[in-house]
Design a protein around this ligand. Structure first.
Ligand SMILES: Cc1ncc(COP(=O)(O)O)c(C=O)c1O
Length: 420
């Protein structure tokens, strides 16, 4: 008997995105015609970008661009094979050595993307009788890694160390090895993982600790070495993951740890072994970014100056930013459709931002994710603050006591954040 259901029926029935498109507020896949520092040109108009992860603003640094061009001249445009076989460049190996030194780790392994780094490292390291303890708000690539990995995954409430301990207490003895996994800075809410307490719990319950520092490398710590350095806990994280698609102005990712563990992942991780290597220009870009991070501290200083200015300005206006302490500053909106509509109005007023709706955040907790860069000028930021002030009032996200109270309750219930 054949089925009456066709494989593609679900595609025909999928209406969510089409409804948003029909309402004229679809905010995704906007084609960028060019980028200029902190702005982009889309639909023929220049707009201030506040939705990028280019934290240090290095994508347009002349030294970075020259380095990428030199790499193309020397190695061509692509590696045309995996590192395991024919695509391993001296640039990849130099990058691994430089990163290991920068992060105070014994060894490092460079993957083609950050997503593959999480998927490939987590799945390689887990055995059938092992367990992962995963924060509920972890990035999709970590979730993908936990799905591909054999063994069990148990979740704990977002950044909630009491809940992590509760889960550890009730389950740890049932398993052999264990891995606690979390983002160092959470990509949507911008909050910093409670690493000091997680280190204690990892020691107490004999777990290894895995931190995804995609949004912390280049941002936290005296030179941007990430959450370990931010908390003065150098080398307490067993496996440190990072990506080059944010502060390091490129594409690619890495996992850093001890020699033996990195050697093991290098020879066991299928997403590493069977995917083409990071292109030469991308690797050379990151190498030059590392030089710049060492030699030009002003980028990190500007990033924090801008992040602090925006955080202060937005909180003073009455926005609920979930108490973010990083350059990722969410604006809590609540309703999905309102977040789409608000983002569309921002766009029409020359500000490019992105909304975050379920399933990336809990139902009814839509955000507009804003993020700031070293390359934003005061003029850019004052302009953005002016637009956000006007629109926030028009949408009654700010300037309305009852609404602000409702949003504070949402922040407490769903993100565990006490805001006034
Ligand atoms: C926390 C986190 N981890 C991993 C990734 C994946 O990195 P990439 O874009 O380099 O694949 C991202 C990027 O969105 C991220 O935000």
């Amino acid at each position: 008997m054949s089925s009456t259901v066709d494989l593609f029926d679900k595609c025909l029935a999928f209406e969510d995105a089409k409804r948003v498109q029909a309402a004229g507020v679809y905010p995704f896949f906007r084609p960028i015609e060019s980028t200029i520092g902190s702005s982009v040109v889309t639909h023929g108009k220049r707009r201030v970008m506040i939705g990028s992860n280019n934290y240090l603003g290095l994508t347009h640094h002349p030294r970075v661009q020259a380095s990428a061009k030199r790499a193309i001249d020397r190695f061509g445009t692509g590696c045309t094979g995996s590192r395991f076989l024919n695509g391993n460049l001296i640039l990849h190996e130099e990058l691994e050595e430089r990163l290991a030194a920068f992060l105070n780790k014994e060894a490092c392994l460079v993957f083609s993307t950050g997503f593959l780094s999480n998927q490939g490292a987590i799945s390689a390291i887990m055995g059938r009788n092992d367990v992962i303890y995963s924060d509920r708000e972890n990035h999709a690539s970590i979730i993908e890694g936990t799905r591909v990995a054999v063994g069990d995954t148990l979740k704990f409430k977002h950044n909630n160390m009491e809940d992590l301990e509760r889960v550890l207490e009730t389950s740890r003895s049932k398993y052999e090895g264990a891995l606690i996994v979390a983002d160092g800075v959470f990509s949507m809410s911008g909050d910093i993982f409670n690493l000091p307490r997680a280190v204690e719990l990892a020691e107490k319950y004999r777990c290894r600790l895995y931190i995804d520092d995609a949004h912390s490398i280049g941002v936290l710590g005296p030179k941007g070495q990430g959450t370990e350095f931010h908390f003065n806990l150098s080398n307490k994280v067993d496996l440190l993951m990072g990506t080059f698609s944010k502060s390091f102005a490129s594409i690619g990712g890495f996992i850093a740890g001890s020699n033996d563990v990195i050697h093991y992942i290098k020879h066991k991780s299928r997403p590493f072994m069977f995917s083409a290597a990071m292109p030469p220009a991308a690797a050379a870009t990151v190498l030059e970014c590392l030089n710049i991070v060492e030699e030009e501290p002003e980028h990190l200083e500007n990033l924090w100056k801008n992040a602090r200015k925006m955080s202060k300005g937005l909180v003073e206006m009455g926005y609920n930013t979930l108490n973010s302490q990083t350059p990722v500053i969410p604006l809590l909106i609540g309703d999905d459709f309102m977040a789409f509509s608000f983002t569309q109005k921002l766009y029409e007023h020359g500000v490019f931002a992105t909304p975050v709706v379920r399933p990336a955040v809990p139902e009814g907790c839509a955000l507009i994710r804003t993020s700031y860069m070293a390359s934003h000028t005061d003029q850019d930021l004052d302009y953005v603050l002016g637009v956000l002030n006007d629109l926030g009032k028009a949408y009654e996200i700010i300037g309305n006591r009852d609404r602000e109270q409702q949003l504070a309750e949402l922040a407490q219930t769903h993100f565990g954040v006490a805001t006034v």
